[in-house]
Every structure is written in structure tokens, then in C-alpha cells.
Design a protein around this ligand. Structure first.
Ligand code: SAH
Length: 216
């Protein structure tokens, strides 16, 4: 299908984008390789394809956005995963971050709360033969207790407050990467150091659409 062509021009633009991300401080070679491998334009509306390799967020369905490539790279680096790790993603959106995580070789469980977006992205995953372990329509605020514990949890929407349920679904040593606050959000990483203990780090300001409760 022509929509899924990865033309030389796109590959070239992607190389430039990855060079830019490296200049901006992304240094994990596996993350850079994953961003180089995944055609972002496949996850965007056809009318926006020519913008796919700019470091910008763009509208997708249901008034949501595909994250900036820098944000995707930054969060992918922060979760610090190894091949085979079990990762929960909250806020599938366009599926671009999911595809980057798959390219990193992790086992991905992903949740989206907007039905329209869920259906659209599910169809896209089928067309691309991209197979997350689980892709659910639901409220990621609650995490996915039946599949816990996870090596990492990545939240791709801005949470007003920290959803406590997510902390309890981390393995010891597991990481929760989540933007917290009201426009802008501060990127946080919580590392579970024991049954009831967590380390907290912060990594500057980002802008995300809100993480919302109880709606599908
Ligand atoms: N990584 C995605 C980001 C999409 S924006 C991408 O690059 O395309 C964030 C997504 O989080 C939106 O699709 C929004 O619908 C979803 N979201 C918001 N609150 C949620 C919740 N409680 N549970 C699951 N998904 C949620």
C-alpha cells in the first residue's frame, strides 16, 4: 500500500532528525537506532506526511497529538530498558512511541483511552503487522494490575498528580517515567528501590496532552 512506502527522501530526513536528536543530547545508541528504523510518517495523517521529520507534535485523531520525536527519544532513554523487558505504555495515541519501543526489543503492553484513536491505531498496527503483547482500550490511570509487575512504565500524557497504582506495579528496580503537573509538566522518573521505597528524579519541563481518568 502506497501509504506505507518508506522512500529515500523519508529515510534521508529521518537521518537528519536523528543527528539533530543526538546534538540535543540523546546518546543511547539503541534509542537513536530505533528512531532511525521507525518511519514516523506512517503514524501521521496523510496530509501531514511532509512534516513527519520535524521535531514537532502534530494532531492525530480525537484531539490528541503525536509527541515530538525528541520527547519520544528522551522518554525511551529514561526508561533504560534492555531487550525482552516488560514495559507498560499508557497513552498509545498514534502508536509511534509503541513502535519505537518495539524496535528496542521490549515486550510492550499499551493502553489507550479514546475509542476512536484506539480503533484507528489498532487497524494501523494490523496493517504494519506490529504486534504489542497487549493493546487495550481503557483507563491507564489504573495501570494493568493483571500483568504487573513491569520493568518499566511509560506515561505519554501529562498527569495532574502521580497515579499511585502505577508505582505498585513496578518490579523492584523498575522505573516509572511520567510527566506530572499542569501545562507544562515536569518529567519525573521513579525507581522502585524496595517494597515501599522509591527514588525520585526530575528532568525538566515538557508539554503533553492531559492524562484523563474514567473515559473511553
Ligand atoms: N505516544 C503517543 C502520545 C499520544 S498523546 C504518540 O506519540 O502518538 C497521549 C495519549 O494518551 C492520547 O492518545 C490520549 O488519548 C491518551 N490518554 C490520556 N489519558 C489516558 C488514560 N487515562 N489512559 C490511557 N490513555 C490515555
Amino acid at each position: 500500500m502506497s501509504t506505507f512506502v518508506d522512500a529515500a527522501i523519508h529515510q534521508g530526513q529521518r537521518k537528519q532528525l536523528v543527528a539533530f536528536l543526538e546534538e540535543k543530547g540523546i546518546c543511547d545508541p539503541l534509542v537513536l537506532k530505533a528512531l532511525l528504523a521507525v518511519p514516523r510518517h506512517w503514524f501521521m495523517d496523510p496530509g501531514l506526511v511532509s512534516h513527519a521529520y520535524k521535531n514537532k507534535a502534530y494532531p492525530i485523531a480525537a484531539e490528541q497529538t503525536i509527541s515530538h520525536p525528541y520527547t519520544v527519544a528522551f522518554q525511551s532513554e529514561l526508561i533504560g530498558c534492555q531487550k525482552g523487558d516488560k514495559v507498560l505504555e499508557i497513552g498509545t495515541g498514534s502508536g509511534y512511541q509503541t513502535a519505537v519501543l518495539q524496535a528496542l526489543g521490549v515486550q510492550i503492553y499499551t493502553i489507550e483511552r479514546q475509542r476512536e484513536l484506539f480503533k484507528k491505531t489498532k487497524r494501523l498496527f494490523d496493517q504494519l503487522r506490529l504486534r504489542p503483547k497487549t493493546f487495550l482500550l481503557g483507563d491507564g490511570y489504573l495501570g494493568l494490575p493483571e500483568e504487573a509487575p513491569f520493568d518499566a512504565i511509560l506515561v505519554t500524557a501529562g498527569a495532574a498528580t502521580l497515579p499511585k497504582a502505577l508505582l505498585s506495579q513496578l518490579k523492584i528496580g523498575g522505573r516509572l517515567v511520567i510527566p506530572i503537573g499542569n501545562d507544562p509538566q515536569v518529567m519525573h522518573r521513579f525507581t522502585r528501590t524496595g517494597e515501599k521505597t522509591f527514588d525520585k528524579e526530575t528532568f525538566g519541563e515538557f508539554r503533553f496532552v492531559p492524562l484523563l481518568k474514567d473515559k473511553t
